[in-house]
Each structure stands twice: as structure tokens, then as C-alpha cells.
Design a protein around this ligand. Structure first.
Ligand SMILES: Cc1cc2nc3c(=O)[nH]c(=O)nc-3n(C[C@H](O)[C@H](O)[C@H](O)COP(=O)(O)OP(=O)(O)OC[C@H]3O[C@@H](n4cnc5c(N)ncnc54)[C@H](O)[C@@H]3O)c2cc1C
Length: 435
């Protein structure tokens, strides 16, 4: 069984000043609801379950430290708009439902950030989608037509505005959508775990090795203990298959990011742009770029079929070189600014781009294959899993079920190991102007 590992590379996590410690479960334990995986799905599910059932004992466990998994390693966009295939859908009602669900997730996160004073650089910066050259501009024009159809507000930037915000002339066109938020993901995840309701116990470094159904519910075996519970919520995303569910349905895809040290005053002058913004590429295979509130530039690109789920360390120099090239193209004036961190992280896609949400088997609830937009989608999924497990019937839950689907079966693994890298290389080639 493959378990999550942490490699001490993620810039977001490594920057945290201090990290609280939630003890490992070492003695046999009995709880009402066990939530496995403390990412966006698991954290939201545990909190919402505690809110739904204040009398229930909820246990939230993770194999590694909270914030070290994909939910603490991403680019920090909490996106309200539908993504990729959902955005392309001709079903406007479905798209509106996704936007509504994502916005509920943004609000839920923001309520906790405000209530508990979580310092995670949360801001309503919205999102830029930017193009380089005719191919990207074509994608951007299509994106604009979809925004128009959905009645969304947006702003097309002039060349001067792009220079003023991004500090570079690299992009030929850009659109800003005001919804959604930016944040420091590892700080957010730690803050969420540190401020769980009283009836949620959090445990770290507690990896689940086996799940067995019993007459009372389930017995879950970890390295050092057995946990008995009545209901199970799996927030394990790509690792769900390792626990025996959704086998051959989840496509684990890894992507990579590099982060500079904070720019000093003189470098900021040479940079010439603003703080706190994020660009996603108009052409999907391109580069995501962020400037943080604390003056760090972040580059994300490159994909890999993550059959082994964790990041192969030997890949890091090659990836860092690619990120360097993307950075130098955008910021030749900052060629002395070094990357402080380079890391990888994997999230779940599916062959037919469907996201799974629901009751896998009686009293086992799960959400996975979020198509790599799990900050908002994972949060609302976790909330709705808890509502489902508590037997609630709400409009939001109905909408969640309607926008989710059934990830199709993947080809056998040996074929995936040949086919997926070829497809990813082809996508990278097609998007080369934006990498
Ligand atoms: C570099 C990068 C950039 C990204 N950028 C964005 C972005 O800007 N915006 C966005 O919305 N999404 C982004 N994503 C995707 C996003 O991070 C994921 O969609 C999201 O984290 C999925 O959340 P989750 O809770 O479903 O799963 P995860 O965050 O993967 O959480 C699953 C948890 O389960 C735990 N676990 C697994 N197996 C076991 C076990 N056996 N026992 C106990 N615990 C276990 C893991 O340790 C992990 O913490 C990005 C991803 C990467 C890698």
C-alpha cells in the first residue's frame, strides 16, 4: 500500500513560523465518525459534521502533518468559476450551480479565517487568465464568450495595465475575474485544523492501513491502533484507491511549483509590478504565475503521471530548470533572483473529467477526482458529504449530487504509464508559447 510522504520541499509549509502538534493515535479508540485525510475535503467534512451533530465524536486523521499534502502545496487559488470541461459545458444551469457551490465554499472558508484570525494571506484578489500570442488569445476569446454567456463580470486588461500589475510585457492579453480568493495554502490548512470545533479530535502521522466492516460499523487499522467508528468519510483523494475504493478510476497527476525568496526593495523596483495577484494560463498546458503578499514570485508548470503518488526527488533539478526558463522569459530584469523552493504535488483527475461525490458503500462517504481545483470544490464536497452522512436533505446537497458524476474506468496501468506521458508531452508542446 502506498502512503503519503512529505519531502520537506514545499515552500508554503517550510515558511510556517511554528506548527502545532496533533498526537498520533496510539491506543484503540471508538468514535462516531472517522474522517480520513485532512485536506480541503477532510477538514470541511469534519467541521461540518461537528456542526451538524454537536453530540457526535468526530476524529480527523492524516498520514502526514496537516498542510503537507496537496491541499497545502497548491498555488493558492480558491476559484469560484467552473473549470475546464465544466466551463465548456452547454448546460448553463449546471455551471450556475457550480459557481454557487464554489461561492458557498469560499464563504465557509472566509468565515473561519475571520472568526479564528487565521493568518493565511487571504485576499479577494480574483484571478487573471492571461495569453501569450495568437493561440493563447484564441483560448482567451473563447473564455470571454463563456463568461458572457454565464453573465459573469470581468475586465480585459490593456498592455499598460498588464505591465503595471504583472511587472512584465510577456503577456499579450489578459482577463480579470473578480470572484474567488488567493491564500497561503499551508497556513490555511494549519489554521483550519488548529481551530476545529470541540467535538473534533485531530490526529497526525496516523496512516490508515486497512478498513474492515463490522456489525457496529467499521474497524480501521492504523500502524499502532484500531479505530472503531459508525461512519467513515474519505478525504483521501488520489489515495482512495489504495484504501480499496475507486480503483482504476482516479488518475493521479502531479504538477510542480517553484518559489523565489522575497524580493528586496531594489529587486522590487526592477520588478515594477504589484503584490498579491495570480495568473492562470489561457492555454491549459501553460504556466501559472503568482506574486504573493510577501514579495515572492511563484511559477507552476509541468505535469507527470504520478503512478507512485509521491514526488521523485531526482526530477526536481529538471523541473527547477524549466521553471527558471519560464521565469527568465517573464522577468529578464530579475535573473539574479533565485528560487528558494521547488516541489511537486499530485491531485486527482478522471478520464471523463467527472468528479466523484457520494456514498461509496453504506456509511462510507467520499469525494475524489476534483480535476485539480480542490480548494473550493473540495471544501464544498467535504461540507456536503457531512450533510449527506448526517441525513440532511438540502438544496446545496442536491446541487452537489447533480454536478458530480461517475469517473470512467481507466486503461490498465502499464498502458497509462505509456499513454499519459505521451499525451502530457503533446499538451506541453501545443501550449509551448505559454510554458
Ligand atoms: C502544485 C499544485 C497546484 C495546485 N493549484 C491549485 C489551486 O491553485 N487551486 C485549487 O483549487 N487547486 C489546486 N491544486 C489542486 C488541489 O491542491 C487539490 O485539488 C486538493 O488539494 C485536493 O484536496 P483533497 O482534500 O481532496 O485531497 P488532498 O489534499 O490530497 O488530501 C488528502 C489527504 O489524505 C491523506 N491520506 C492519504 N492516504 C491516507 C491514509 N492511508 N491514511 C491517512 N491519511 C491519508 C493525505 O496525507 C492527504 O493529506 C493544485 C495542486 C498542486 C499539486
Amino acid at each position: 500500500m502506498i502512503l503519503p510522504r512529505y519531502d520537506r520541499r514545499c515552500g508554503w509549509y517550510e515558511q510556517l513560523d511554528s506548527v502545532s502538534d496533533f498526537p498520533e493515535i496510539t491506543t484503540d479508540t471508538h468514535v462516531d465518525v472517522l474522517v480520513i485525510g485532512a485536506g480541503f475535503v477532510g477538514c470541511a467534512a469534519a467541521r461540518r459534521m461537528a456542526e451538524n451533530r454537536p453530540d457526535a465524536q468526530v476524529l480527523l486523521i492524516d498520514a502526514i502533518k496537516v498542510g503537507q499534502g496537496a491541499s497545502g502545496r497548491n498555488s493558492g487559488f480558491v476559484i469560484d468559476q467552473p473549470h475546464k470541461r465544466d466551463l465548456e459545458s452547454h448546460d448553463e444551469t449546471l455551471k450556475q450551480k457550480i459557481v454557487r457551490l464554489n461561492r458557498v465554499a469560499v464563504e465557509y472558508l472566509e468565515t473561519q479565517i475571520e472568526r479564528y484570525g487565521i493568518n493565511c494571506h487571504w485576499s479577494h484578489a480574483g484571478k487573471y487568465q492571461a495569453a501569450v500570442g495568437p493561440r493563447g488569445e484564441q483560448h482567451l476569446a473563447h473564455y470571454e464568450s463563456l463568461l458572457n454567456k454565464g453573465g459573469e463580470t470581468y475586465h480585459c486588461l490593456s498592455k499598460a495595465e498588464m505591465r503595471d500589475v504583472f511587472g512584465t510585457d510577456f503577456y499579450s492579453a489578459a482577463i480579470h475575474t473578480p470572484g474567488g480568493a488567493l491564500m497561503q495554502p499551508a497556513a490555511l490548512m494549519r489554521g483550519l485544523a488548529d481551530n476545529m470545533p470541540k467535538n473534533v479530535q485531530v490526529a497526525e502521522r496516523t496512516a490508515v492501513q486497512a478498513i474492515t466492516r463490522t456489525s457496529q460499523g467499521f474497524e480501521v487499522r492504523t500502524g499502532k491502533a484500531r479505530i472503531q467508528c459508525r461512519q467513515l468519510i474519505l478525504g483521501t483523494n488520489i489515495f482512495t484507491a489504495e484504501l480499496g475504493f475507486m480503483r482504476d478510476r482516479i488518475l493521479p497527476i502531479m504538477t510542480f511549483a517553484s518559489m523565489t525568496a522575497p524580493l528586496n526593495d531594489e529587486q522590487m523596483q526592477r520588478y515594477g509590478g504589484r503584490l498579491d495577484w495570480g495568473i492562470t494560463p489561457a492555454d491549459h498546458g501553460g504556466t501559472t504565475l503568482r506574486m504573493t503578499q510577501d514579495r515572492r514570485l511563484i511559477v507552476r508548470n509541468s505535469y507527470r503521471y504520478a503512478h507512485d503518488y509521491n514526488t521523485p526527488q531526482e526530477l526536481i533539478p529538471t523541473i527547477a530548470a524549466r521553471h527558471r526558463e519560464a521565469f527568465d522569459q517573464r522577468y529578464p530584469q530579475l535573473n539574479d533572483v533565485a528560487f528558494e523552493y521547488t516541489w511537486g504535488g499530485a491531485s486527482g483527475l478522471s478520464a471523463n473529467f467527472e468528479t466523484y461525490f457520494g456514498e461509496l458503500e453504506q456509511n462510507i462517504f467520499a469525494s475524489c477526482c476534483d480535476q485539480s481545483v480542490g480548494a473550493a470544490r473540495g471544501t464544498i464536497s467535504g461540507m456536503m458529504l457531512a450533510d449527506m452522512a448526517a441525513g440532511l436533505k438540502t438544496d446545496l446537497l442536491r446541487d452537489m449530487q447533480q454536478v458530480s458524476g461517475n469517473p470512467s474506468r481507466l486503461p490498465p496501468r502499464p498502458l497509462l504509464r505509456i499513454g499519459v506521458p505521451l499525451r502530457l508531452a503533446y499538451e506541453r508542446f501545443k501550449s509551448r508559447s505559454e510554458v
